[in-house]
Structures are given as C-alpha cells and as structure tokens.
Ligand binder design. Sequence first.
Ligand SMILES: Cc1cc2nc3c(=O)[nH]c(=O)nc-3n(C[C@H](O)[C@H](O)[C@H](O)COP(=O)(O)OP(=O)(O)OC[C@H]3O[C@@H](n4cnc5c(N)ncnc54)[C@H](O)[C@@H]3O)c2cc1C
Length: 395
Amino acid sequence: MPGLSIAIVGAGIGGLTAALTFARQGHSVTLIERRTGFSEVGAGLQLSPNASRILIRLGLAPALRRVVTAPERVLVRGIASGRPIGEIALGAYMQQRYGAPYWVVHRADLQTILLDAVRSEASIRIMTGRKVETVRDAPDQAELVWTSSNGSRESLTADVVIGADGVWSRVRHAIGDTSLPTFHGYVAWRATVERKFVPQELAGNETGLWLGAKGHVVHYPIFSGNLVNVVAIERAREPADGWSAPGRAEDLLAHYGGAAPALRELLGKPREWLRWSLFRHPIKNLARGRIALLGDAAHPVLPFLAQGAALAIEDAATLGSLLEGGPQDVAQALAAYERHRFERVTRIQAEGRRNGRIYHSGALVAFGRDKIMRWIGPERMSNRYDWIYGFRTPE
Ligand SMILES: Cc1cc2nc3c(=O)[nH]c(=O)nc-3n(C[C@H](O)[C@H](O)[C@H](O)COP(=O)(O)OP(=O)(O)OC[C@H]3O[C@@H](n4cnc5c(N)ncnc54)[C@H](O)[C@@H]3O)c2cc1C
C-alpha cells in the first residue's frame, strides 16, 4: 500500500522523532521548521525508559550510548540542611525492571543524533526558515500556508498534518483551540558546568535533587559525563523577558540565600545562566480531521517529572503505530490517537503540578514528606511510576 504524505510543523525533539518514525513506515514526510538552523540550548534532558525504549527501537542506541550517561540513583536532599532525605533507584534497577535504560543526555547531542538519522532518510524533506501561519483541514487533503525567511508565502497539501510546533503552537488553532498559554508561576534557570569544577560531593554518577519551599534544584552529568547540567526552579510572579532570557548568578544566589554550602558553590560556578519561563495550557483536543498535535503543542507539562520530551517521543511512536500501513481513514486513525493519549497526558500533566506542590512544601508538610520518602526506600520510590516508565506503544 502506498504511504501517506505527512507534513510535520516543527523540528524539535517531537517533530524529528515523528519524521523518522513515519519515514521508516514508508510515508513521505515534509518537515517544516521556522528556525533557519538547528542550534539547541546548552542543557540536559532526562530520558526515562518509556522514551529510551522508543529511541532504541528506532536504531539510535549505538549513537546515543556514545554520549549519554546512566546515573545510578537520584539522591534527594533538603536545600537548607543539605541532609539526604531519600533516594530513587535508577541505573541497573531501571534497566532490569523496565527493559530499557534511564539515560541523561545533552539536548544538542540528542538533536544531532535525531537530525543525522532524519537526514539519512530519502523520504524526508526538511524545509527550514519557514513559519507556518495557517493550516486548513479539508475532506481530501489538508493545506498549510507558511511565510519563508525571504517574506514569500507558499503552501503545501498533505494527507496528514502534525503540529509539533511547541507550546505556542499555531497548528493548535486549526483544531479549534485559539486560547493562549498562561504563565505557570515558575522560571527554570538552566546552565552547564565542566564536571571538574563541580564540588566533589556533587560530581558522582548520580542525579541530585534538592527540595525547598522557594524552589528546587536538579543536577546530573551529561556530554559523556564531562559536563554537569544544572536546573534551578524559582517561583516567580512574572515571566522572564522573552523565551530563554539570560540570568545573573547573583540573583539566583540571592533566591537560594539559605542553601547548603555545596549547593551554593555549584550554583556559583556557571559562567552563564538562561531563564526559561514555564507556561501552562489546558489539554483540549489532540486531533481533528487530518490534523493532530504532539509534544508541547498538545500538552505542555511542568518539567518536575522530566516527561515533556518523553511524552513527545511517545506521541510520535503512537501516531506511527496507528498510521502504519497508510490507513484508509486518516481521520479515524487520528481520533484513535487522541483516545489512546488523552488520559495519559492529562494524568502526567496533573502529576507534574502535584510534584511541584510536594517539592516546594512548607516546613510542616515537608517533615511528613521526608519521613515518607525515607520509609519508602529507593526501589519503591521508582516503582511509584511504573505507569509512566512501563509505557508500551499500541500494536
Ligand atoms: C527546564 C526544563 C527541563 C526539562 N527537562 C526535561 C527532561 O529532563 N525530560 C523530558 O522529557 N523533558 C524535559 N523538558 C521538556 C522538554 O524540553 C519539552 O517538553 C520538549 O522539548 C518539547 O518538544 P517538542 O518537540 O514538543 O517542542 P519544541 O522543542 O518546542 O519544538 C517546537 C519546534 O517547532 C518550531 N516551530 C514553532 N512554531 C512554528 C511555526 N509556526 N512554523 C514552523 N515551525 C515552528 C520551533 O522553532 C521548534 O523547533 C524540560 C523542559 C524545561 C523547560
């Protein structure tokens, strides 16, 4: 059966994974990206087993293994006291329980690996410097209109249009949702530090998670273990100016004035910080007619469960599975995609918000939280998320 023509708007992690998945199934893909180049922010990404399993199935394991690290555990500490609160088992435990690894990776490394694989597929056409303005559904084909970097307007028709165009999605309008995202009340500070400059006690092969009422901090080794990725979450009334604005270390250190000495030392190391304002958008529809959304366009989540990119990868695999063989009725296949994904992504979105409340609880609640974490132990802390990490693509 001849494959479908599929247009994907946005070449982030979700769009690239979808393009590769569709091409492997014999569809012809046009990937349309607003940016003119493919630089990625210098930051890390955790790839839990639900995502790594899919990337491995796409044949990316040899390339990924050269650049990822697999932390042995998450060590949870109190920000002010610096004392350990609990542990979450990763490493060998995750591999054995879920049959896939828990990796951490530099975003640029993952993007390069996906892009290399996409570029090696003859059935994928990549068009950069094109900002999609409108998408229109019709019974026989959908139509996209974009503006090129030289200002000209062009259009394309396709059997399927996938909106992988991030939290400020334009494609979302085409499925009847024109509401805009709103500020979530958090700004994420992100930076990397050469591992040799990181305080010894924080430089091991593990993820550090520090919890406090005014925010939390996460760090882990990336870039084959040569860099440490640091993310510090700050509760804020206003978003930072622009998407990924520069931040001053003095301001961050003032916010974390009461932090334990080793953490303050770590936060003082990066030469530059970028601040990302976190936005929310309620999940309404994932598909209509010949148009579907994936990743942040469909369901932005707080990064407090490290599942945003993982969900985009799952979405791509699910769409791939439902469109396999070039279905007779595209709209039906996309409606099935929405049914498969809706409950899961809604639950993960809510769980991310819940984690925010738990991570940032005040002294009294934190006392109970810490007791429970100690009592639960590392393996059961991981097992709480069996429903996330054990994900399988529908057959
Ligand atoms: C601090 C922080 C830490 C995180 N940590 C993790 C983690 O550890 N693990 C994890 O799984 N997730 C994590 N995430 C979430 C993850 O980064 C995102 O969920 C994921 O990158 C979303 O990918 P995407 O492809 O859906 O969208 P995006 O990466 O936003 O890509 C959208 C693409 O579409 C393009 N585009 C937009 N509009 C148009 C248009 N009109 N026309 C053409 N192109 C367009 C954009 O240029 C962009 O390239 C984190 C997020 C933050 C902020």
